[in-house]
Ligand binder design. Structure first.
Ligand SMILES: C[S@@+](CC[C@H](N)C(=O)[O-])C[C@H]1O[C@@H](n2cnc3c(N)ncnc32)[C@H](O)[C@@H]1O
Length: 284
């Protein structure tokens, strides 16, 4: 007699973001988890960045996206070709001329022909060795962050990359504007939006993740999208700064204040704990 086979659930493997990302949410994870809905159908994260919440929750099914083509390429390579990526990463060296040669590769016409794995390896190398792990591009979309000072930067974290690859196995990874998710989400899905923050003051602005930036008109478009999703029964959570614009745009939803230490500020004296907000259209 044939034995009935019961699928064995594959346990999630603990992992952390494989990139350092400005606005990374690792330190806010306890608050984000506490405010995520207890139940939902599918998970969407359209400003994935380093993906701190995604890697912690490892929700399934999941759809992650971002406008940054190099970032999205990197996620796909980590999912689909992690062993070649690990091999390529092991060849890099932390040295000034080497850094600038690799950084400036995107100024040449051949860069668009580079294989996906090599491009992902370049991004990871730059991320681990550049100043503050910043991702910043100029108006032509060229990476322009100087080399950082580290004693012995960990360019390759093989164990974590393998764990991230496993976490991404069944995840859909898409390069898109955040507005594109409107076509895909439906009732009872959960969307976590972590956009570039609205500036709280003129000096605190950091929106150069992309050559397009993220201005107040885009903050408004995002809040309109949230209103549409709310009417469709989609659950959403937004993180943003404590700027008057944000408090106004989301005044009809639940707003919670949380504290975070932020280091991206031109004046180091302004580093320290600042208030940020989490907005949801549900209560747990
Ligand atoms: C605050 S970061 C996300 C941080 C992430 N949650 C983490 O834990 O690392 C914002 C992300 O939004 C992306 N982004 C900026 N403008 C966008 C747009 N119009 N559509 C989609 N993604 C965008 C940037 O490339 C960046 O990765």
């Amino acid at each position: 007699m044939l034995k009935k086979t019961v699928p064995i659930p594959i346990a999630n493997v603990a992992c952390k973001p494989f990139l350092k990302w400005v606005g990374g949410k690792t330190q806010l994870l306890p608050q984000l988890i506490a405010r995520s809905p207890k139940q939902f159908e599918r998970y969407f994260e359209p400003f994935i960045g380093g993906g701190a919440l995604f890697f912690r929750l490892q929700p399934q099914p999941a759809f992650i996206s971002d406008i940054n083509p190099e970032l999205i390429n990197c996620y796909k390579v980590v999912r689909d070709d992690v062993h070649s990526l690990i091999k390529d990463l092991s060849q890099h060296i932390y040295e000034k001329d080497y850094y600038y040669a690799l950084r400036n590769a995107d100024r040449s016409a051949e860069f668009s022909q580079w294989p996906a794995t090599q491009r992902a390896s370049r991004l990871l190398y730059l991320n681990k060795t550049c100043f503050n792990g910043l991702y910043r591009v100029n108006a032509a979309g060229q990476f322009n962050v100087p080399i950082g000072r580290y004693r012995n930067p960990k360019i390759l974290d093989e164990k974590n990359l393998l764990a991230c690859s496993q976490a991404l196995r069944h995840t859909q990874i898409i390069q898109a504007e955040f507005t594109a998710i409107e076509q895909s989400v439906r009732k009872d899905d959960f969307v976590y939006f972590d956009p570039p923050y609205a500036p709280i003051s003129e000096t605190s602005d950091f929106t150069s993740y992309t050559k397009q930036g993220f201005d107040s008109a885009m903050q408004e478009t995002l809040s309109q999208l949230c209103k549409t999703l709310d009417q469709q029964g989609v659950k959403f959570m937004v993180s943003n700064s404590n700027a008057p614009l944000v408090l106004d745009l989301y005044k009809e939803f639940n707003i919670t204040f949380v504290e975070a230490s932020r280091t991206i500020n031109s004046k180091s004296a302004k580093r320290g704990k600042i208030k940020e907000v989490l907005i949801t259209n549900y209560r747990r």
